[in-house]
Write a new protein. Sequence first.
Length: 101
Amino acid sequence: MEIAVIGSEEFVLGFRLAGLRRVFVATPENYEKKMLEAISAESVGILAVDSKDLQLLSPQIKQKVLDMIQPVVVPVGKDEGDLRERVKRAIGVDLYKTEDD
């Protein structure tokens, strides 16, 4: 499984510099089409998205994307949501759990 990223050229640049090879560059005009392409890629296990770009999706597609288990869509930015729950749902293990919990 690969980690992928979708977003504007500026957004994906840092991920490319970090070594991510699976990149989907999207504009506001083709964002929904690129998102459908990204979530359909069988090799993608985690898909990082700019949280503000989720507003470019229709309500139905946005809900589908956020509820997906494969790939796990992880919004990056101010509106990250509960990353802990997304990771737990995706892999079935709470990585943040300590012995005290």
